[in-house]
Write a protein that binds this ligand. Structure first.
Ligand SMILES: [Zn+2]
Length: 189
């Protein structure tokens, strides 16, 4: 059974709706590459309206039935947790499935990598090399990350596995930085 939940206060903040954890068919979504026309909970979607040329977010679920409040009928619309265009805010939006132009599974490691990589004279040449060889796209980033490391200034480095955590020894801040390529790692052996 798909889950079902209710959100919204029905007043100033958001209309009160019941959403279900089911896929929604988006007839205008691209089918190129990994894009799909079925927007499932957790999927990343891109949509556009007259006011906003490109909006981004993740599917929460589908509105089971529009509230009987005299406003626009949103039955069957998608509730999205939207990402603000400054990447500084998340907020719920009701999205007409006809406005969704892309829908796909997000490789969250790409975003973790993007938001945590340090910019310095070690990482920038590595990033450029990876970009040229196609390593900075979602389908290869898991492999690319193995070429980078997490480093505590006091306690050394370990392989970056997509999580960006505190140092296990001192619980201090760590940085994601470059690791030498495998062919260069063992030159002393
Ligand atoms: Zn440490």
């Amino acid at each position: 059974m798909a889950w079902r939940t209710t959100i919204g206060d029905g007043h100033s903040h958001m209309r009160r709706v019941t959403i279900v954890g089911k896929a929604t068919y988006c007839k205008n979504a691209s089918t190129i590459g990994y894009s799909s026309r079925n927007a499932r909970p957790g999927d990343f979607v891109v949509w556009q309206t007259n006011d906003n040329p490109r909006c981004y977010g993740r599917v929460a679920g589908r509105i089971e039935q529009s509230p009987n409040d005299g406003l626009e009928d949103v039955t069957g619309w998608v509730v999205v947790l939207a990402l603000g265009d400054r990447m500084s805010q998340l907020y719920f939006r009701f999205v007409n499935p006809d406005d969704i132009i892309e829908c796909f599974k997000l490789n969250k490691n790409l975003l973790v990598f993007f938001s945590s990589i340090e910019m310095n004279d070690e990482t920038i040449p590595m990033l450029f090399r990876e970009e040229v060889r196609g390593g900075l796209i979602d389908s290869y980033v898991d492999k690319t990350m193995e070429r980078f490391s997490v480093r505590c200034p006091k306690h050394g480095a370990w392989k970056f596995d997509g999580t960006y955590t505190l140092c296990p020894v001192c619980a201090g801040k760590v940085e994601v930085t470059a690791m030498k390529y495998p062919e260069l790692q063992h030159k002393d052996e």
